[in-house]
Design a protein around this ligand. Structure first.
Ligand SMILES: Cc1cc2nc3c(=O)[nH]c(=O)nc-3n(C[C@H](O)[C@H](O)[C@H](O)COP(=O)(O)OP(=O)(O)OC[C@H]3O[C@@H](n4cnc5c(N)ncnc54)[C@H](O)[C@@H]3O)c2cc1C
Length: 417
């Protein structure tokens, strides 16, 4: 006799969706959560505002998920952005659509999202035991028997692992789930930080710390070859580079750093002007202000805090008057405006990574049910699967959709309900 129809490990967004869906189908559910409270990471999302999801179409979502977004087609077809919005609104969370198709709670409080999900699952009689760390999956003769948490056995034939990745380990997601999966035969794609800030050499970024740039283009160069670029917003920090476009590019950067390649990031400060147009503009400004010092003219082209750093990098005497600037010096200015380069030395650790790349490989999981292809009754949901996406609400949607689909198995299993 099983204690529960399904045991869900982890009370993050994936685990809560899995539990809620399974309970809706009449199953008796237990969630085991190792932290003292549910949804610690969810509380931090979107700087405490929670970017709930995105209004992009399924095909667009799939393009923004790595390494194999199409694995999610069934999960997204069953439960997508409109469904989570509907569910949250039903439980009192009004949502607003913001720039870039991002949905936020109108209250701007991630806590409201968590409370709504908890209200939903608790209303369906899902039992939640916090402070219970699952140490072991109990398997006999390749048959799943239950889990062991805090030394105590809980019997079930169905376990949904929704333990998250390795990023922000203080929230409880420290890679436990990978070990649980590995011990029952799953391989684990090496977990690496993604959506993570980057450390740069040379001290230039550090001198610009706090400066936020909008409408710039950043490109990644591997061994001097450009391989990716992003347009948007970024910020300089005391260690290097961060902000949305840097985080998006970090996925490639981290991989290349681990492959021991030379990685550089270039920043185009004037992406709206090609070199020819920018050169014309520089020429015009230099002619118009021939008697002014070049150091003062930089202010026309750059944010004020960048001027001293720019002057230092150019090695042009800032006291020089504009009419004295040679065409060679003008080219140097142009080059720097289009191609401010940083050598990347490291990436920041899991402690600062918004998401984890790697995890249980998708080819070991059924995309139709989220069930393990190696052990009947074992299911996966959320960040512990080898899937990660760019910022914009995509990652949470992966958690809800895979969680919902895993919970939906209670539809089919004759013994449940
Ligand atoms: C700072 C930050 C901001 C973010 N902002 C956004 C955003 O605005 N929008 C967005 O889409 N995504 C955002 N993300 C990503 C998003 O939070 C994750 O994709 C999402 O939380 C993954 O959900 P999950 O349920 O798979 O894992 P988690 O949320 O990590 O939950 C896993 C749970 O499992 C528990 N657990 C782990 N091991 C065990 C064990 N052995 N036994 C019992 N319980 C265990 C953990 O304690 C945890 O509660 C952000 C991430 C961070 C770090």
């Amino acid at each position: 006799m099983n204690d529960f129809d399904v045991i869900v490990v982890g009370a993050g967004p994936a685990g809560l969706l899995a539990a809620g869906r399974a309970a809706e189908l009449g199953a008796k559910i237990l969630i085991l959560e190792k932290m003292r409270q549910e949804g610690r990471k969810l509380m931090l999302t979107g700087k405490g505002r929670c970017n709930i999801t995105n209004n992009a179409e399924i095909s667009e979502f799939i393009k923004n998920v790595y390494p194999k977004g199409r694995f999610l087609r069934t999960a997204f077809s069953n439960f997508f952005s409109k469904d989570i919005i509907e569910l949250l609104e039903k439980y009192g969370v009004e949502t607003v659509l913001s720039r870039g198709g991002r949905y936020f709670p109108a209250s701007n409080k991630a806590a409201d999202v968590l409370q709504a999900l908890l209200k939903w699952v608790k209303g369906l009689n899902v039992e939640i035991l916090c402070g219970h760390r699952v140490e072991k999956l109990l398997v006999e003769n390749n048959v799943l028997q239950g889990v062991q948490a805090n030394g105590q056995n809980f019997k079930t034939a169905n376990v949904i692992l929704a333990t998250g990745g390795k990023s922000y380990p203080a929230t409880g997601s420290n890679g436990d789930g990978y070990e649980l999966a590995r011990r029952v035969g799953h391989s684990i794609e090496k977990a690496l930080p993604a959506l993570v800030p980057l450390e740069t050499e040379g001290g230039v970024a550090q001198k610009l710390q706090g400066l936020n740039l909008k409408n710039v283009r950043a490109a990644v160069w591997i061994n001097n070859k450009k391989i990716a670029e992003e347009f948007g917003e970024m910020i300089f920090t005391h260690f290097g580079l961060s902000g949305p476009i840097i985080l998006t590019l970090s996925r490639i950067v981290v991989k290349e750093l681990h492959n021991k390649n030379r990685v550089e990031i270039s920043i185009d400060l004037k992406p709206a002007l090609d070199e020819q147009k920018l050169d014309k503009r520089l020429l015009r400004d230099l002619n118009e202000h021939g008697k002014k010092k070049i150091g003062n003219i930089f202010r026309y082209w750059l944010p004020a805090t960048m001027v001293p750093v720019f002057t230092e990098l150019l090695e042009i005497d800032p006291e020089k008057e504009c009419h004295q600037i040679s065409s060679n010096e003008r080219k140097q200015i142009l080059h720097l405006l289009k191609n401010l380069r940083f050598k990347v030395s490291h990436h920041r650790s899991f402690k600062e990574a918004i998401i984890t790349a790697g995890g249980v490989p998708t080819n070991e999981i059924s995309s139709k049910t989220m069930e393990s292809k190696l052990l009947n009754g074992l299911y996966f949901a959320g960040e512990m699967i080898d899937l990660d996406a760019k910022t914009g609400g995509y990652n949470l949607q992966i958690a809800y959709s895979t969680g919902w689909l895993a919970g939906n198995m209670c539809n089919k299993k004759g013994e449940i309900g």
